[in-house]
Design a protein around this ligand. Structure first.
Ligand code: SF4
Length: 373
């Protein structure tokens, strides 16, 4: 009698090792009985011969064998069909000021119902949330929270937005799209905090569904993306151009890390590119680095470095250049680009005064770019 076929997953389970990571081959911990509520067919992939699939969600384009996962660890090939394992699977949720994301020109003073699943499609050496971003879904506690419940919790707790943040929303995109739809049905908009390492087709769907995007632009050099992020710069730049072409409200954060991305030339190249490709009204937040994760050997960013970055970007004509992680600094506030009067005063993540009148400077009536209500 022919013995029943044993799959690799069955073997690993029998051996007490669970499934292994397709990217690095490391065995994952033994899984508890799977909760099927988290498992949905993925939206963005192509079927390939021999039950393989090619993921078309992010530029990494993982080619995945049957019973294996992609680099991000949250998507799995089962018999030639690709599944997300993190739909409605929240690993972190908090209510934060929207300024903490940071969004400075999107609903100032609002609370954001902020959520994340496990997983990420890059591996930044400075990640602050590596405990959830660099693990597989089975390795962290998660709760089942379907989109309707997310929208209701946001509305019932007085939140002015749902924010997808902490890890990387690209890798739980199906859940983002469904939550955004549920949020809109209850009058709650959605704001995404992303590395923008995403292919154009899913990006266009995202832009059609959410209300604002904050991009963590890690650097303006491909070498940094290769060595510090394990990603690529060009697809990120292309994604930002598409976002703006589609009319999306976009803000950019640039974490300035001593010795790695803190040169004048990089600041200047970045500011010029933004001016020429995205427009001078896109806010840029130069943010202070604190030693974290795999970069504990570097010091915090000196304030003088951040101020130098701002001076260069201001000089290139960008209208809204902020400094982040420097509570109390005047560059946390918004100033009218024409008359230079303060229009939104902030301290840390708090809005102290919002002087805007229907999105205009109260002094000279200049419209201030943003989605203010
Ligand atoms: S989202 Fe990116 S990292 Fe994850 S499986 Fe798809 S291509 Fe790979």
């Amino acid at each position: 009698m022919t013995p029943p076929e044993i799959t690799r997953r069955d073997f690993l389970r029998t051996a007490g090792l669970g499934i292994s990571c397709a990217a690095c081959g490391v065995p994952l911990p033994a899984m508890a009985e799977e909760d099927g509520r988290f498992v949905r067919e993925a939206q963005f992939y192509d079927k390939q011969p021999h039950k393989k699939i090619k993921c078309k969600l992010c530029p990494r384009e993982c080619l995945i064998d049957d019973r294996e996962r992609g680099y991000c660890g949250v998507r799995e090939n089962r018999g030639g069909t690709y599944y997300t394992l993190v739909h409605s699977r929240i690993a972190a949720a908090h209510i934060d000021p929207i300024e903490k994301k940071p969004f400075f020109h999107f609903r100032p003073g609002a609370l954001a119902f902020s959520l994340a699943t496990a997983g990420c499609n890059v591996n930044c050496k400075f990640c602050q949330n590596w405990e959830i971003s660099q693990v597989r879904p089975e390795q962290v506690h998660s709760d089942y929270v379907p989109p309707r419940n997310v929208a209701e919790m946001a509305r019932n707790r007085g939140c002015g937005a749902i924010a997808y943040t902490y890890s990387e929303p690209v890798i739980f995109l199906e859940y983002v799209l469904d939550c955004a739809e549920a949020g809109h049905a209850l009058g709650v908009p959605s704001a995404v905090v992303t590395n923008a390492y995403i292919q154009q087709t899913p990006l266009k769907q995202l832009c059609g569904r959410v209300d604002a995007i904050k991009v963590d632009l890690k650097s303006f050099t491909q070498g940094y993306y290769r060595d510090v992020v394990n990603g690529e710069l060009k697809p990120v730049l292309d994604a930002m151009v598409t976002m703006r072409k589609l009319g999306m409200w976009v803000e950019i954060v640039f974490l300035v890390i001593p010795t790695l991305n803190d040169g004048d030339a990089e600041f200047r190249d970045l500011a010029r590119w933004i001016r020429q490709n995205l427009g001078t009204d896109v806010p840029v937040h130069f943010t202070r680095f604190y030693p974290e994760y795999l970069l504990k050997n570097l010091p915090p960013t000196p304030l003088a470095t951040l101020e130098r970055a701002k001076a260069i970007a201001d000089g290139e004509g960008l209208h809204f250049v902020y400094l982040g992680n420097v509570p109390g600094h005047p560059a946390e506030s918004t100033y009218c680009p024409k008359c230079r009067k303060p229009v939104v005063e902030r301290a840390g993540f708090a809005v102290i005064h919002n002087y805007l009148k229907q999105g205009r400077c109260p002094g000279c009536q200049t419209p201030i770019a943003g989605k203010w209500t």
